[in-house]
Ligand binder design. Sequence first.
Ligand SMILES: [Zn+2]
Length: 275
Amino acid sequence: MKFKEFPFKKSKVKSWEEVFHNPRPITLETFNVGTVVINRRGTLNPVHPHAETVLDEQMEVPLLAHLVHHEKKGDYLLDAGLDASYYLDSLGGLEGSEVDEFNQNKNENIAYHLDRNNIHLKGVFFSHLHADHAAGQRELPHDIPYAVSNGEYEDYHPEVHGDFLAGLANLEEIDFTKADNIPPLGPTVDLLGDGSLWAISTQGHTRGHISFLVNGLDGPVFLTMDAAFIQENLDRGVAPRDYTWDVEMAQETLEKIIKFLGQYPQCRVRVGHEL
Ligand SMILES: [Zn+2]
């Protein structure tokens, strides 16, 4: 696999106010590609003082992938979800001590959703490279661009997460050190170059974790991806601990997102593992 730098220009935008004044013809659709069982205590860091009353209980949550449709620029995926191999094998053919089990019904896989809607992808942006967000790549076209944050692949261990990127010829890396800095979120990249779709560096869940903002005509939507697994992360102000690369950094990132959402109440929010 070859690495390339994801090409982008600085937008020169100074504030989200400015971004929201220029909505673009882009829409968002979310696909359910399976489920996973997680524990509520751990989904909310149990060490955090605001998590003392969180119950120790298992909960089944959806695994999601998002499609953005731009009137002129076409269709892009935000995460690849799961491929069909999970329907028969909860490990999706992956091996290793940290491979997670996922559940999938027939016709929940990402290619099924795309075929049924007659979608021809222009590209895929990964929030991060955990299997539930990336393994669907195995059944997607290989000749389209795939992009991920700088630093994310360095933490990608084939012995843990399998070979689900092996079929890719190229992986584009987004260099957030060259990005616009839009407060209060920080490094932000205008992915399609017209202010319609933004990638925001939200490190913590993984080294190169990204959240997205879709700036559509019916109002902006912020997709936390795994910076918040469930709405309760935002409501309590407590970041996840489980599956998290750097819990402290994840907490700082969550607080940044909460500040942003407080400043821009017109922005709807979608969390990583809840509909
Ligand atoms: Zn994850």
